[in-house]
Design a protein around this ligand. Structure first.
Ligand code: DO4
Ligand code: MG
Length: 293
């Protein structure tokens, strides 16, 4: 899988101060002033590109801690049933199959709120499964980073961790199946839109348990049922996102119903030319005790 190394990142330095910069592998070039990721998403892509080009002061990559690349008022939303595999899996798990068949064919996509910036975790931090859900799954998804003007500014890897049995019981439980502590993880760097093309990117996911791979799946963004960019106007035409928004584009990899994501598992997701995301799973109560929000 090919990978672009240049990514816009948010990090803490050795004094604990938060900065943003351009990660180029060995070094991170800091952006001037106290800019936040949100400031890059308040402007059009051409201005963002000029701002990113001013990155200069070099910091060794090993001396920083990367944070989730979202701050301010940025939100994460997600689309559902955008690949045939997702439609088939929902039809199998639900008490209401026609809802999913209809949304797959409908012009208007399924979009739902996932998390505010402050509730998002990143690479190396724990994710969580709810104690009141019998079947849980990780969902590896390409995230579109969209600015305040509705333009796609970059791409991230998203894990839309989901409580499959809660949604399966009744689709009206979707917010509880999708929005809870530790359910949203985003890779620690944003690949700027001008560096990659998302037409046919390979996506892979591996779940490790006690050192062994217990699930492995692959897909490609070329299998999208609808163009990812076509989802954006449904979100941005009817609401303002002054600090931008991440729109996760749905999963094309869903394990069989006999698979259950368990506390202690590690989930690794890779998207070609976008990045990787690795998280270990806790129960929500443990997650709330250790991470706290
Ligand atoms: O309707 C359920 C949500 C489906 C979803 O999250 C996905 O397809 O990725
Ligand atoms: Mg999803």
């Amino acid at each position: 899988m090919e990978n672009i190394r240049t990514r816009v990142v948010r990090f803490t330095d050795q004094t604990g101060q938060i900065h943003i910069g351009l990660d180029e592998g060995e070094v991170i070039k800091r952006l001037p002033g106290e800019w936040r990721i949100a400031d890059l998403l308040r402007v059009r892509v051409d201005t963002m590109r000029e701002m990113v080009a001013t990155a200069s002061a070099e910091i060794p990559a090993e001396s920083v801690r990367l944070l989730a690349p979202l701050d301010g008022l940025t939100e994460v939303w997600a689309a559902g049933v955008t690949y045939s595999r997702s439609r088939d899996a929902r039809v199998e798990e639900t008490t209401e199959p026609t809802v999913y068949d209809r949304i797959y064919e409908a012009e208007r996509p399924e979009l739902f709120f996932k998390a505010p910036a402050w509730r998002v975790v990143t690479d190396g931090q724990p994710i969580a499964v709810r104690e009141d859900s019998a079947i849980n799954v990780p969902e590896p998804e390409l995230g579109l980073v969209i600015n305040a003007f509705g333009e796609i500014a970059g791409y991230v890897v998203v894990n839309d961790v989901s409580s499959r049995s809660i949604e399966g019981d009744n689709p009206l439980y979707l917010p509880q199946a999708k929005i809870y502590a530790g359910s949203c993880s985003v890779s620690s760097g944003i690949v700027p839109v001008w560096l990659t093309d998302i037409a046919a990117l390979e996506i892979g996911m591996w779940v490790y348990r006690a050192g062994a791979v217990v699930f492995e799946g692959r897909t490609s963004t070329s299998s999208f049922h609808r163009p990812a960019a076509g989802l954006v106007p449904y979100l941005t035409s009817f609401m303002r996102f002054p600090d931008g928004v991440v729109l996760s584009t749905g999963t094309g990899i869903v394990p069989e119903l006999d698979f259950n994501l368990a506390p202690g598992d590690t989930v690794e997701i890779r998207i070609e030319n976008v990045g990787s995301l690795t998280n270990t799973v806790l129960r929500t109560a443990e997650w709330l005790d250790s991470v706290g929000s």
